[in-house]
Design a protein around this ligand. Structure first.
Ligand SMILES: Cc1ncc(COP(=O)(O)O)c(C=O)c1O
Length: 412
């Protein structure tokens, strides 16, 4: 009998998994050129410059046409999109239960109330039916994240949102160029908000983000709220029109992003190819995700479902054991349930008096706790594998061998 690493045995993973190598000399050259130009002319490297303009144009072209603005983070991309809608304070904004805190906190930063939609059973993505059940006259927007790179049921969600005339922000932080019926996510809603921090499919180095829209009018609103309310697109002589923060992307990030953008589709395709190879090698206790019809995942990470049939362990035991074998696994995605965090449950978004929930101007129920049984349940069945586009056949085999070792150990 093989001894599990968790019990002191030798790890199944003997060789480090291949790193991404997502950057090559081109990103470095692009940044060096900015320095060369700055040194030659005596100027500093700025923002709102030619690199950002080109990045946004190239990005919008890849999205099938429209407008994009570079911002300094995915959280700020969601914030900027929501501010561009300009919901009245104390409006309700519906948001999926499973998301990064950065996908929910912008709601509070707009002095609005997050209303949390449970997920479709067995997935991390918000359920269209749950979203519809939460719509009230106070609803001002819906934020839909495509978690793990798996598209949410965005067509159904858009049909519901359009019926109720509510704008949708697609949070595409994890889903660069994932598609539904070959249409990229981020193009279904009124806005697509992207994170381009260094861990994402394509990145702008460190922190960064992009807001996409098909509407020129919305584009100018986005530029304004991303830049202290400046009057972009307004008649000469106009002054700043909204109170906002400075969320500009800088030229160094934009230059890196332009090189990365050229590779983004190949990153997605290569990750999907890794998943297809894994499909043939995984044990019965590990199942791949079933996507919504017509969807193609960007595979930011691979959501795996533990099938406990015939097994003598829980998902958490299984995933922790796999991690101990050296697999790059997040055994639990419970950190992506912001509405269970104390800032939310104790209503401590600002100070200690419960603002904005307790404000007399909020006409909903400030004690509302959102029941999210499906989101809690999926945390007991799913875990995340952090593969990447550079994985070789050897990496794939090594991962599969580790999963199979753990499957054999726990099989009754
Ligand atoms: C769904 C989602 N929304 C928003 C964010 C926030 O993005 P950032 O970390 O770039 O601020 C993330 C971060 O990973 C995310 O996964």
């Amino acid at each position: 009998m093989e001894i599990l690493a968790i019990n002191g045995g030798e790890k199944a993973v003997k060789k480090p998994f291949t790193n991404r190598f997502a950057m090559d000399g081109k990103e470095k050259n692009a940044v060096m050129k900015l320095f060369d130009d700055a040194l030659a002319t005596g100027s500093n490297i700025g923002y709102n410059g030619p690199e950002e303009e080109a990045l946004c144009k190239e990005f919008a072209e890849k999205m099938g046409g429209g407008y994009a603005d570079g911002v300094n983070g995915g959280t700020n991309a969601v914030y900027v999109a929501l501010r561009a809608i300009n919901p009245e304070p104390f409006s309700e904004i519906i948001v999926g239960a499973v998301t990064d805190p950065g996908g929910m906190m912008p709601i509070l930063m707009c002095n609005c109330i997050p209303v949390v939609a449970d997920v479709t059973p067995g997935t991390y993505n918000a359920s269209p039916e749950e979203i519809e059940s939460l719509i009230t006259p106070l609803t001002a927007a819906i934020i839909v994240a495509h978690i793990a790179g798996e598209p949410a049921d965005i067509k159904k969600i858009m049909a519901i949102a359009d019926k109720h005339n509510i704008p949708v922000i697609e949070d595409c932080a994890q889903s660069h160029f994932a598609t539904v019926d070959e249409q990229p996510v981020g193009t279904f809603g009124r806005f697509g908000a992207f994170s381009t921090m260094f861990g994402k499919h394509f990145n702008t180095g460190g922190q960064g983000g992009i807001v996409f829209t098909k509407s020129e009018e919305d584009y100018y609103k986005v530029r304004g709220v991303a830049d202290r309310g400046k009057p972009f697109g307004l008649p000469a002589g106009s002054t700043n029109w909204i109170a906002s923060i400075n969320s500009n992307l800088n030229e160094i990030g934009a230059a890196i992003g332009r090189e990365q953008l050229k590779k983004v589709e190949s990153f997605g395709a290569s990750r999907r190819a890794v998943v297809e190879k894994l499909r043939k090698l995984l044990p019965p206790s590990v199942e791949l995700p079933k996507l919504v019809e017509g969807a193609e995942s960007a595979v930011w990470f691979l959501r795996l479902t533990f099938n406990g049939k015939g097994m003598s362990c829980t998902k958490d035991e299984f995933a922790n054991t796999c991690a101990a074998e050296g697999l790059p696994i997040n055994p639990s995605y419970r950190g992506a349930l912001p509405s269970l965090m104390t800032w939310f449950t104790e209503r401590r978004a600002f100070g200690i008096k419960g603002f904005p929930w307790t404000s007399p101007e909020y006409k909903g129920s400030n004690n509302r706790d959102f029941d999210i049984p499906n989101a809690k349940a999926v945390m007991d069945t799913c875990f995340n594998l952090h593969l990447n586009e550079s994985w070789t056949d050897e990496d794939i085999q090594q991962a599969a061998d580790a999963f199979n070792k753990v499957d054999r150990a726990y099989r009754k």
